[in-house]
Design a protein around this ligand. Structure first.
Ligand code: GLA
Length: 407
């Protein structure tokens, strides 16, 4: 019998991260098998989880992501022409996707290849032309879990192409910010997802052992040590395995609502709303009012969490996470039954706080949990999903890993 009253123990699935040498060896071997030659090298980039600050990055706001030990690996060999040949180690029967870089433009590429050649296209747009390449990809970033598998893919190619094309941006943070911009353009203009940039920044500019506070108004970052275990705590990630239904259209609609509200309020972005009550009084539309309230209060929650962490008052972060979930669920309306079940069950089972992460409508939640209660909370959530007839969730404990790099 678990603490939330669920009678039967449901099996708990853990999402293991590959050790870096293992990930590198896998993709190198897959490259040899596919192309019959050695790659120039192997590069990898992490997925991310966001501690706090959701749907703030396209509003000039603050967010606090950290890189996961789960990474996407790329083995790549430069070509002398402008042809790209791409394969995924996860599609054993899949063919090799082929395209000339000269033929890549917005609206011309579908599927995951768009994230890859989109980065090459965006670098060329920024006057950093890259040659053609052969590449194989493999990944242990859970796909569709809201943990930025697409940003990990873009960022791994960004550092790989940066090196083989001799661009040299990956060597310092300013250059990495430029690579992140190329990844954002790839995602927005070639893959067609109008996301805000938190994920690419986390994957390229984070530091191992640290969370990153990103100020999207000016792109500045602060890094601070994020060692929950030293406080007897852990950040448990719960992949609900709920598909991101309607995610793209709903995400774009939220973004459009925020941008329209900013225009009505006469501010560049919602970050510039100083007086929330005065702003709400100027908005007639209820959806816009709730959207603005979510964004403005969420930015304040990022500032609060940063202060609590700096003061070592880590337990107090829990209720802030739970408040963020209520705001995302009720004001921003981007949660879903699976995310609410994960959050509610984790709190009932003893988590200090919990919330959905990422864009919403599926994907993952996080729970701040005492280290010795991690297994128990995971069991309680698994049991609740089983009792509700839902697909079994999967779990990982998030510890901050390092940025995109050569392996
Ligand atoms: C997705 C997007 C990010 C961000 C989050 C919500 O992950 O890719 O840019 O907007 O949703 O915080």
């Amino acid at each position: 019998m678990s603490a939330n009253g669920a009678a039967s123990a449901a099996p708990v699935t853990w999402l293991e991260a590959w050790a870096r040498p293992e990930g590198g060896a896998r993709v190198r071997e897959a490259f040899r098998a596919r192309f019959g030659t050695e790659p120039d090298g192997v590069w990898s980039a992490p997925g991310r989880v966001n501690v706090i600050g959701e749907h703030t990055d396209y509003n000039g706001g603050l967010c606090m992501p950290m890189a996961l030990p789960h990474r996407t690996y790329v083995a790549l060999r430069r070509r002398e022409d402008d042809t790209v040949r791409l394969a995924s180690a996860q599609e054993a029967a899949g063919g090799v996707w082929t395209r000339r870089l000269a033929d890549v433009a917005p609206g011309t590429v579908e599927g995951w290849a768009g994230y890859v050649v989109g980065v090459a296209w965006a670098l060329a747009q920024a006057a950093h032309p890259v040659p053609g390449f052969d590449a194989v990809v493999d990944s242990c970033v859970p796909y569709g879990a809201g943990l930025s598998s697409s940003a990990a893919l873009e960022s791994a190619f960004a550092v790989a192409l940066d090196e083989v094309a001799g661009i040299g941006l990956a060597g310092d943070d300013a250059g990495r910010a430029a690579l992140a911009q190329a990844c954002i353009r790839a995602e927005n203009e070639i893959a067609g997802a109008m996301t805000g940039g938190m994920d690419q920044t986390a994957s390229l500019r984070c530091r191992a052992g640290h969370a990153l506070v990103l100020d999207t108004r000016d792109g500045s970052t602060r890094h601070f040590p994020f060692d929950l275990a030293a406080h007897g705590l852990a950040l448990l990630v719960i992949d609900t395995r709920a598909p991101h239904q309607l995610a793209d259209g709903q995400y774009a609609a939220r973004r459009a609502t925020c941008e329209a509200a900013a225009r009505t309020l006469g501010v560049a972005t919602l970050r510039d709303v100083g007086d929330l009550e005065a702003a709400l009084a100027l908005l007639d539309d209820e959806v816009a009012r709730r959207g603005v309230r979510h964004v403005v209060t969420e930015i304040a929650r990022v500032e609060l969490v940063e202060q609590l962490l700096a003061a070592g008052d880590v337990d107090a972060v829990g209720p802030v996470l739970t408040a963020a979930h209520a705001s995302l669920r009720d004001d921003y309306e981007v949660s879903c039954p699976e995310l609410d079940l994960a959050v509610d069950t984790a709190i009932l089972a003893g988590a200090l706080g919990a919330r959905m992460v990422g864009g919403g409508f599926g994907g993952s939640a996080v729970a701040l949990v005492r280290t010795d209660a991690v297994g128990h909370v995971a069991e309680a959530v698994s049991a609740a999903f089983a009792a509700a007839g839902r697909t079994a969730p999967a779990f990982l404990v998030a510890t901050p890993d390092g940025p995109a790099a050569r392996d």
